[in-house]
Design a protein around this ligand. Structure first.
Ligand code: TPP
Ligand code: MG
Length: 654
């Protein structure tokens, strides 16, 4: 290492240790071990501009090992992102700008919220997909207007996660050569040595998955790290650079798992300073270090940004139409306000909502050339696919991503596409297998990302496939997740409105479920009501009783209400496709839909729990399903008009 690199790296090490010790919380191991990696990457490669944080062609950096947040905060501080030394001193404190793990939307310069290991690297694949698609679509000879890298810093734990393996496999298959993973390979994790849990060869594994593998044997050698990154940038495959580091480098207990996540004592920080020969005062980056970052991150990045703006200006002159379209992508200008020609179905016709979902998505794909996505090997079942052919090495302008049976990575990739900007991601699977991707939906929810998740086969009506394929508790799971809008539409009108709402919104993830079986399109449903979350589909003479439902059970409730009416019992019927939206309505509206004095029976083929918020009695399914043809299912679970009428009489009229 030359002098200046040494000074910078040692400052990052000491100030990082001081931050964590002051907070009495944090992870010194990665900060001390991986400081040269982050330093080399940011001062020599990452093109970012703190004065134009959202500069579209900036390199994306993903700290997949989110427990290294301290390192990222120091780099952002030195790179002019507005984090002050006081912010650094406030690490992990209440209301601070430097929370425990990097938080997107809260800390300037943070591209993605990380912490749950594996999510970052998978979402980085999504960013690289968006970059590849947009580059292929918009670049012209001498005009590489979309041309940036996605860099990842990850650790052993990231690579152990299943989601990472799914994503790595897909990234290799898709030839995402702008994706460069820097692997902080220190042979240590929280519980001890990595070899207590791992045997495989990283090199063999990555090569087998069509990656370019490079190794740096000395993690303190900034030049060697830089050389590897240079090589990686020229690769036609994604690259992993395995960099051998020592966890907690410089600390008395370096190389041991005890330095992973335990703040150092003041005494040990002193020893660290001694070991590194470091004499600056506490919490100090000296002028030399500050100037180096100013020159090599801020100025270098600002120049790259200015050059890009010039290039874009020339592009505008030479390729006006493409330029306009690129701007529409970047600004998300495509809207669905003119939805007159959206596919519709006749009242009274029978159709599964999954088929309706697929047709409406095809229509949206035409209106919005910036959406991209697909299914987890279930296109024929979910009916969800992207447009313009399959996205691949040969056809990088295809918008249909063949995710394979990799649900978890799929959802995190959708988050990455959406985070990249310019594009919107969506994906699909069987509702029961939403379990496989829930952590990525949670990430979207925490980040308030408008990722879209479609699920078909939303009830036990899956039938013959049996309990493993029959969702029961899944609606409860998504309805209980903060910031997630779960729609369960009852027919095509509700489906179209839910989908328009999902693609129009920019501030939260949407989950839309659909039925496997055909259900009637009902004259009583309407589009406007959907946006209020719930609405009255059949008004009774008085408000004494209400049947509350959604999805494929709504029509059963309408039929049950008719039957009760014929017996002189007047019942309101309410459709509630989105509890999330209904809960946001005024008390006045809520009271109009569900009058306080009305006795409410909710009906849904799923766990009863969420409905008790609104209902006096709930008819649901609180057991796992059973394998049988669908024609027996309704009777078996008591979801027929007669059963509903009977239970209503017993539990509401009593
Ligand atoms: C999904 C998930 N599981 C567990 C954790 C808790 N955790 C954070 S870091 C870590 C150890 C990871 O080891 P490694 O990536 O090698 O990090 P190092 O100790 O080298 O810093 C664990 C278990 C987590 N953040 N996310
Ligand atoms: Mg490790």
């Amino acid at each position: 290492m030359n002098n200046i690199d040494t000074n910078c790296v040692n400052s990052l090490r000491v100030v990082g240790a001081e931050m964590i010790t002051k907070a009495n919380s944090g992870h010194p191991g990665i900060v001390l071990g991986a400081a040269p990696i982050a330093h080399t990457l940011f001062t020599r490669f990452v093109n970012i501009n703190p004065n134009d944080e959202k500069w579209f062609n900036r390199d994306r950096f993903v700290l997949s090992a989110g427990h290294g947040s301290t390192l990222l905060y120091m780099i952002l501080h030195l790179s002019g992102y507005g984090l002050t030394m006081d912010d650094l001193k406030n690490l992990r404190q209440k209301g601070s700008m430097t929370p425990g793990h990097p938080e997107y939307g809260h800390v300037p310069g943070v591209e993605i919220t990380t912490g749950p290991l594996g999510q970052g690297i998978a979402s980085a694949c999504g960013m690289a997909i968006a970059e590849k698609y947009m580059g292929a679509k918009f670049n012209k000879p001498n005009f590489d207007v979309i041309n940036h890298n996605t860099f990842v810093l990850c650790g052993d734990g990231d690579l152990q996660e299943g989601i990472a393996q799914e994503a790595i496999s897909l990234a290799g298959h898709l030839g995402l050569n702008k994706l460069i993973v820097l692997y902080d390979s220190n042979d240590i994790q929280l519980d001890g040595e990595v070899n207590l849990a791992n045997t495989e060869s990283t090199e063999g594994k990555f090569k087998a998955m069509n990656w370019n593998y490079l190794k740096v044997c000395e993690g303190n050698d900034c030049n060697a790290i830089a050389k590897a990154i240079e090589t990686a940038k020229k690769s036609d495959k994604p690259t992993i650079i395995e960099i051998k580091t020592v966890i907690g480098f410089g600390a008395p207990n370096c190389g041991e798992s005890s330095i992973h996540g335990k703040p150092m004592s003041a005494e040990d920080v002193k020893k660290l300073r001694n070991n590194l020969g470091y004499n600056e005062p506490e919490f100090t980056f000296n002028e030399e270090v500050k100037n180096f970052y100013k020159e090599n991150v801020i100025n270098r990045g600002s120049k790259a940004c200015a050059d890009w703006n010039k290039l874009l200006n020339e592009y505008k002159k030479s390729y006006k139409d493409e330029y306009d379209m690129l701007m529409n992508f970047i600004e998300g200008k495509y809207d669905l306000s003119n939805s007159n020609d959206i596919p519709t179905w006749e009242d009274g016709s029978q159709e599964s909502t999954r088929k309706e979902m697929g047709k409406i998505l095809d229509w949206i794909s035409v209106k919005m050339p910036n959406i991209i996505g697909g299914s987890a090997d279930l296109t024929a079942s979910t009916m969800v696919k992207g447009a313009d052919g399959i996205f691949s090495v040969e056809n990088p302008v295809g918008r249909n991503i063949k995710f394979g049976v990799r649900e978890h990575a799929m959802a995190a990739i959708v988050n990455g596409i959406t985070l990249h900007g310019g594009m919107r991601g969506f994906c699909a699977g069987f509702f029961v297998f939403s379990d496989y991707l829930k952590p990525a939906v949670r990430q979207a929810a925490i980040m308030k990302l408008p990722s879209i998740f479609f699920f078909s086969h939303d009830t036990v009506c899956v039938g013959e496939d049996g309990p493993t394929h029959q969702p029961v508790e899944h609606l409860t799971m998504f309805r209980s997740m903060p910031n997630v809008n779960l729609f369960r539409p009852a027919d095509s009108k509700e489906m179209s409105q839910a989908m328009l709402c999902a693609f129009k919104n920019n501030s939260y993830p949407t989950v839309i479920t659909s039925s496997r079986q055909a259900i009637p399109n009902m004259a009583e449903t309407n589009c406007d009501g959907v946006l209020n979350g719930a609405y009255v589909v059949k008004k009774a003479k008085d408000d004494k009783y209400t049947l509350l439902s959604c999805g494929s059970e709504l029509y059963l409730c309408l039929e049950a209400a008719k039957k009760l009416e014929a017996e002189g019992i007047s019942v309101n019927v309410v459709s509630m496709p989105s509890m999330f939206l209904f809960d946001q309505q005024s008390d006045e509206y809520k009271n109009k839909v569900l009058p306080k004095n009305s006795k409410v029976m909710a009906v849904e083929m799923g766990a009863t729990m969420p409905w008790f918020k609104y209902a006096d009695y709930v008819k649901g399914i609180d057991t796992y399903g059973a394998s049988m043809p669908i024609k027996y299912i309704f009777d078996y679970y008591g979801f027929t008009v007669d059963h509903i009428v009977e239970e209503f009489k017993q539990n509401i009229l009593k």
